[in-house]
Ligand binder design. Sequence first.
Ligand code: AMP
Ligand code: MN
Ligand code: MN
Length: 326
Amino acid sequence: MWDEVRTFIDEHDSFLVTTHIFPDGDAIGSELALARALRKLGKRALVVNEHPTPRTYEFLDPDGSIKTYTEDLDDRIARCTGAFVLDVGSLERLGNVGPALERAGPPTACIDHHKTNGGFADVNVIDPRAASTGELIYDLVRALDVPVTRGIADALFIATATDTGWFRFPNTSPRVHRMAADLIELGVEPARIYAAIHETDRWERMELVKRVLGTLEGAADGRIAYFYLTNAMLEETGATEEDAEELTDLPRPIEAVQLILFFRETRGKIKVSMRSKDGPPVDTLAGKYGGGGHARAAGILMEGELADVMNTIVDEAKALLDSGGR
Ligand code: AMP
Ligand code: MN
Ligand code: MN
């Protein structure tokens, strides 16, 4: 599986590494692990993302090696002769890094686990059975015979822990637990990592949670939970855009809930986050409105007013439940 990637690495000395907008734990962890492995092989690696590293993951990158894209970086990007695109199903999801990459024009390799990934790169390793991109990077690092340093192990643990909801979601396979066990043997401290990511919120974020939960409604006999976040809530609470991440799972504890829909005003658009607990897959519905994702977690960025988008998507979700997901 890794021969082509190995050749790709052999052929180049200097790599750009990038991932999707609003990077999550899998995105950041996969990038850092791969960049660190490339450097172990004597290669140069420049990690550039459209959006800054969320505050909760900064501890993983104490030197600030991950750069946030500005045009000033174009020269450095142009000097990279190969590019790795991680945890992302299409170039559109790279924000301004996508066009920058196209201008520079290096050959690309994509490592990803999105089913919707059509293989847009020159070298593609797409495995939807993998719970996280980090799981694939772990495989690659071992195939390359690179020692799994503590820095690589921490990054990969975060990638797999976050994309499996800390080993709760149905994508949590034996392979996930074996990988986690290996990484813990290499020194990873799960309790410390959990606390660093999930027990470091500011009061402002909890104020935001209070507001957001105030909007929670049920539909389809309580099988759909939907709720929203407005720009005004951010202003009132002093919470940041980043505080607005990872709120989608809040209604998950409700037994009756099969589908969760979270609507969020962001930069003149509406971001829809969809989760299917034990309901029908949501990636097809996301795809119908130009979004994408996985069967159990998908998203869309939509134009329009919050109320209209909410009406449209809640109706779609009801129809999806009625059709039994067909
Ligand atoms: P989120 O709700 O942002 O946590 O996103 C859940 C999943 O949906 C992500 O892992 C992405 O794979 C996918 N996703 C979210 N937003 C989009 C989008 N606008 N276009 C395509 N895929 C998306
Ligand atoms: Mn991701
Ligand atoms: Mn992922």
